[in-house]
Design a protein around this ligand. Structure first.
Ligand code: SF4
Ligand code: SF4
Length: 72
């Protein structure tokens, strides 16, 4: 299984810290609001292919909205 992250759209407050933290600029902000009125962080399937599983994005997220699954 490849490295991947899962961002909880509903937990995300749209702070953008994970966007800055990703050393490969893989995360972006959605143009669609979540149900709380925030623009959540998202990652495209193409971008996910470059994820190294470093966990930086998850470590900086104040809302624990990101899970990282590392390649075995
Ligand atoms: S785990 Fe690392 S490489 Fe993957 S999206 Fe998060 S910060 Fe970027
Ligand atoms: S750091 Fe967490 S709360 Fe902030 S945009 Fe990223 S996923 Fe959302």
């Amino acid at each position: 299984m490849a490295n991947r992250i899962v961002i909880s759209e509903q937990l995300c407050k749209g702070c953008g810290l994970c966007v800055v933290a990703c050393p490969h600029n893989l995360i972006e902000m959605s143009t669609e609001l979540n149900k709380h009125g925030f623009f959540p962080a998202v990652i495209t399937p193409d971008a996910m292919l470059s994820c190294t599983g470093c966990t930086f994005c998850a470590q900086v997220c104040p809302d624990v909205a990101i899970e990282v699954f590392r390649e075995r």
